[in-house]
Every structure is written in structure tokens, then in C-alpha cells.
Write a protein that binds this ligand. Sequence first.
Ligand code: SF4
Length: 307
Amino acid sequence: MSAELQSVVQSSEGVGTGAITSMPILILNVHENCNCRCSMCDIWKRPAGAELQVDRVRLYQESIRALDVKQVVLTGGEPLLHSQLRDLCNMLKECRVRITLLSTGLLLKSRAEIVAECVDEVIVSLDGPPEVHDSIRRISRAYQVMQDGIRAVRKISPRLPIHARSTIQQANFGCLRRTVGAAKDLGCDSISFLAVDTTSKAFNRELVWPVSRQNEVGITPRDLVTLDAEVELLIAQHGEEFASRYIAEDPEKLRRIANHFRQQLGLLPLRAPMCNAPWVSAVVSIGPKSFSKMSKPAARGARPMCT
Ligand code: SF4
């Protein structure tokens, strides 16, 4: 996220009433399928490969302009599976937005030209050092393929920002420092961390997972000591990366990730996170009702659908 946009989001705390007049970030789920088989997600189990049609998005160009959308985030599934990605990006560019691509990285090499030409920023999912990453993704050589893809994109567009984002979960919570090392090895410009979601119905889950499944993927009470120690070692040994913002979070925010797991385990009081959608962002998914609330009127006062 650009510094300008970051400040818009940070200054948005407290918003949340009335009709919206602007919306800085629009997240488009452009493809339903994924080419990874991550242990924490069921999206890859989807049988169909539906994608967001370019002509459908085109209908809402006026709304995108009127709501002064600054950044469009392409996600999925895997957005690089989209068959008309170049057309989609070109159409979005007509709205003068910045395009961020969230990707598994597996198709970066074969689609390097499109990525280099059409996208302003790439964020790749990184689960850890090579063996950990491949094991969580359940794709052999996923790390190596992603590295080849990053190199291919950088060969065409050396300055394109490519960031890593890592989801902390059971299979990687003990190797956060090695994950930072992996991001550097890949040539990423920064890395950010977030906690795995095991308690919602997101990620194509039919039902909320039972506790046994949550414990397989999430952090258990006995893991917390190790997680705390790993976070403190990361903070102590990577001062330079925190100072330069190579690690996007500040130390306190990383500690809060550990406390987030404590809240989920009932060891700390639950605190609901502040939700600033749809005043700051909205998610559009593939489906007949997507975008319905962004239409008519196309401009001020419209309230986009938030999934
Ligand atoms: S977590 Fe992301 S990369 Fe992994 S299977 Fe799900 S959608 Fe794909």
C-alpha cells in the first residue's frame, strides 16, 4: 500500500456512519480458483473456474471514478488465472487507479510481461523458508517457481515493487526470522505478517471449523511461549529491518499478533477489530449480486457491497 493510501486508511478511524462519498480501496476477487492447495484454505477445492467478466466491471467505471477509488487490489483465488487480465487492467487504468496484484507467485514467470506492464505492485504470499512454504502450499517447488517468477518480472521491470505477505500459523510460527530471510532471498522489497484466520467462514469454508481443526492450523496454548520467544528474537535481531520498514509492522504490532491468538484461545478478552469497510474499502466477488450496491446512482451516496 502506498504511503499516501496508508495515511488515508489510518486517518479513517472513526468513520462508519452515513452514506459514503469516497472509497480509496476496491478489492476485486477476479478468479474463483487457485493454483495452490494451502492447508488453511478451502478455496482450491472449488470445482468451477468462474472469473469476473471485464465487461461487467466496465459498467462500473463511472462509480469507481466518482468514489475516487485510488487502489484496486486484484485477488482470488489466483488472479493470474484470469483469461483477460490485460484487458481488465487496461480498463481499470482508464480510471487512473493503482493496481495491486495479490498472487501465489506460481504464474509470475509465464505472465511476466502482463504483470510488468499492467500492474503497479505485486504482493506474493510467502509462508516461510522453501521447505515450509512448499509444505504449507502443498505444491512441490512452489518457492523455487515463485523465485523464478519474481526474477522474470524483475528482468522486464526492475523497479516494480514486489512485497511478501506471510500468514502466521501452526506450521511456521517458529520460523519468522527465517521467513524474513526468505523474503530477502526472493528479492522482495518488504514483508508483512498477519495471523491465520481459523474461526470464520471465509476461505470457502462451508462451516466454521471445529476446534480440533482450528488447533491443527492455528496456535495452541502450548505454542504461545515459542511464538512469543520467536517474535522477541525477531525484534531483537532485525532492528535494521524494522527501522527501514522492510518488516512492515512495528514491534508492538507483531506482539499484538501473538495476543490475537490469545484472544482466540480465550486467554485474553476478545476485542473486535475496527472495521472501516465500506468507507475505506469494499470487496467485490464473482456472482450475480456483486457490485449491485455500487450501481445507480453511480456516484456519491452509493454504498458498495461489502462481503
Ligand atoms: S490461501 Fe490463498 S493461495 Fe492458498 S489455496 Fe487459498 S486462495 Fe490459494
